[in-house]
Design a protein around this ligand. Sequence first.
Ligand code: HEC
Length: 108
Amino acid sequence: MSSKAWALTLAASLIALAPLAQAEVDGEALYRQHCARCHGDDGRAKTWRGYLFFAQNLSKARWQERESDEDILEAIRKGPRAMPAFADKLDAAEQQALVHYVRSLRQP
Ligand code: HEC
């Protein structure tokens, strides 16, 4: 194949792959949509709902260390205490993206 043909093939496959990249789930957007009203944008739960429901401070290093990814996923799916369950509201990829985002809320 000539180098020009290669370049065209490459360009064509990049265009074909673009929608896949867009379909990736945005954990931060999901968090803001479903979780921030209680746990706060920064995870510290300094919101009035956070106080009212005693929502967990997700930024706390000690809590982050104690909690496994499975624990966080379980909390999202089942919703402990006053927290709503998200097992039927979000698909597996969305739940996983949220676990990942919750991890990013950790403060040193
Ligand atoms: C209605 C308010 C509310 C909403 C909305 C909410 N939570 Fe919670 N969340 C709580 C409360 C209350 C707890 C329980 C704290 C406890 O275990 O003592 C909690 C606990 C948690 C825990 C920790 C459980 C543990 O074992 O320590 C995680 C992780 C969590 N929430 C993540 C999320 C995520 C992610 C979302 C969004 C998908 C979310 N929460 C939405 C109120 C809420």
